[in-house]
Design a binder for this molecule. Sequence first.
Ligand code: G
Ligand code: G
Ligand code: MN
Ligand code: NA
Length: 254
Amino acid sequence: RNIASRLRASIQKNEFTLLYQPQIDLRNGSIISCEALLRWTPEVAEHSAPPDVFIPIAERTDLIISIGRWVLEEACRQARHWRNKGIEICIHINVSSSELEQDDFFERLTKCREKYDLPPSAIGLELTENILIKSDEQVLDGLQKQRALGVEISIDDFGTGYSSLSYLKRFPVSHLKIDRSFLENAPESEYDGALMEAIVNLGRKLNLQIVVEGIETQSQLTYCQNVGIECAQGYLFAKPLPAKDIETRLLEQG
Ligand code: G
Ligand code: G
Ligand code: MN
Ligand code: NA
């Protein structure tokens, strides 16, 4: 059977898992938030595929709607579990455009927070530039209301999408996540370094939080600290982790 039909079967059986990648405060090394990253975990492990394979298929077939509902519910359940243990970090979830375009997306977000007794700051939304460019007034209005409540809204893969920056004015964004392609060569390449610094300055001027993705080496970390970046995600700190593992780290850091 093909991936789409296997995905459909897995949706019936909830055969998915969320991993959590820490976001680190570069000033003191502590975990300040995390990104939920979806994994497909069918009974027969060989029937799985990595997210960059199955998510585009789920998007084309609209299976992402059901999968996204599971992600939201699972992230809220996890957030409640952690809050009961005194852990109050924001879990950022990735949202695809067809999910955001559902008439009831924002209503379900609100209802799910209520079900698990979570404040708006508990669940953040990660959207790509391309989603915002093509989104309509209804989406804009929904995002503005959520942002006004305190929901963090991140632009994912910032710098790789549409070239116009005008959407930053229209949309209630709180965070820019600089795509890891910029960081890869920034320590050595003057050109990539100039782009990174320009994005950091843009963030400062517009009062947006900057998150750098994909720090893998000490020299990249030192570079980011020198440029004044305060928050990052990357294998140098942690890969996407099972909930229990990030929980252990969070309890240790107190
Ligand atoms: O870490 P990684 O290989 O998990 O992620 C690959 C891609 O899959 C990323 O671009 C990420 O945005 C996307 N992705 C991961 N989890 C989710 C999810 O829950 N929903 C959606 N729509 N995309 C996700
Ligand atoms: O949603 P987004 O496109 O940001 O997805 C994050 C992706 O980046 C995930 O696939 C995650 O596993 C991956 N990732 C996170 N940190 C690193 C890193 O330091 N290096 C590389 N190569 N990938 C990373
Ligand atoms: Mn993301
Ligand atoms: Na990204």
